[in-house]
Design a protein around this ligand. Sequence first.
Ligand code: AIR
Length: 395
Amino acid sequence: MIGGGQLARMTHQAAIALGQTLRVLAASPEDPAAQVSPDVVIGAHTDADALARVAEGAAALTFDHEHVPTELLAALVDAGVNVAPPPQALIHAQDKVVMRRRLEELGAPIPRFAEVAEPSDVDAFAARIDGPIVVKTARGGYDGRGVTLAADLAEARAVTERYLADGTAVLLEERVDMRRELSALVARSPFGQGAAWPVVQSVQRDGICVEVIAPAPNLDDDLRGAAEQLGLRLAGELGVVGVLAVELFETVDGTLLVNELAMRPHNTGHWTMNGAVTSQFEQHLRAVLDYPLGATAPIAPVTVMANVLGAAHAPEMGMDERLHHLFARLPEAKVHLYGKSERPGRKIGHVNVLGAAGGSVDDAAYVAEVRERAVRAAHWLSHGEWTDGWDEHGA
Ligand code: AIR
């Protein structure tokens, strides 16, 4: 796997159960996956020699991020490496201009967008959509990086000019009036088998996913079906091998629009580690190795995932002690820590909490209670503070 982050770390965890060993290309021995895999190549994902070394003798080569340059992937394929997903699929997760063009061709629902050759294109687009504009870099962004929700036309223009001056390709999109964000997570094997997990709702703060509710509460049956079918259809049309996340907007008038694609395990699938029969990490490996795919059924009426994000000021209490107190208070919380240093806003772990049997995901009070526990647990791990003022020593 190219990349030594948390996604590689959790894929390694799943590989063990399949009798496999995951070799990782990591930037440093401290990377989350490098800490746990016995088979690590230290190097950059932009270095052809490092890529060749990590691929040598491997059954397949896959990714924990989308940043490997296209020409290096083509060279690996030419050298006979089984690159999964293949570069002609992966390009749609690497380059938002390519993705937008292709989705338009396929008739998938997308926001209005424009490619940009010169700053005056911003004015033309603004005149066409008559509403707020989002400026996105075509490549390289994640977790809100490379995305600007421009306050006005002047800002959209200034941001675009700055990127163009740096030689960074950008695209413009209309800012969608949305009810919420959804994610359709599917997997596809080279044999052509597809599998979809229930569509989930994600909650974002400052462009970063903070919470996922699985399945999405109170989702219209037609929309649920349409989102799943769209995910499976795109996986097939694009020739995806592995997990595909289709990030969606549910608009205020009740339609779906595709926001972004990712071809790897995805934050909106972390709930599957405890909440589904097959986790996204195992499924990604099954697909990449062309095994039959696993069952995707949820095992609780609702599972809530809350991210543990590094606090603005890391708490004095060490993570070990925070974990101790968390487990004492919430024995049902399933914690996944990534072994990362705590920087503000950085994803350092997540917590999954399953709702009790007999509840319904469309029951607002039932879901709110599970969310409250998951968020409380994640906040405690980030901040060393209980959101409800609990005193861990007094209890
Ligand atoms: N990642 C990749 N794309 C989006 C995300 N969240 C994961 C990958 C990558 C890690 O985040 O696992 O390796 C990088 O995290 P950080 O905190 O070091 O930037």
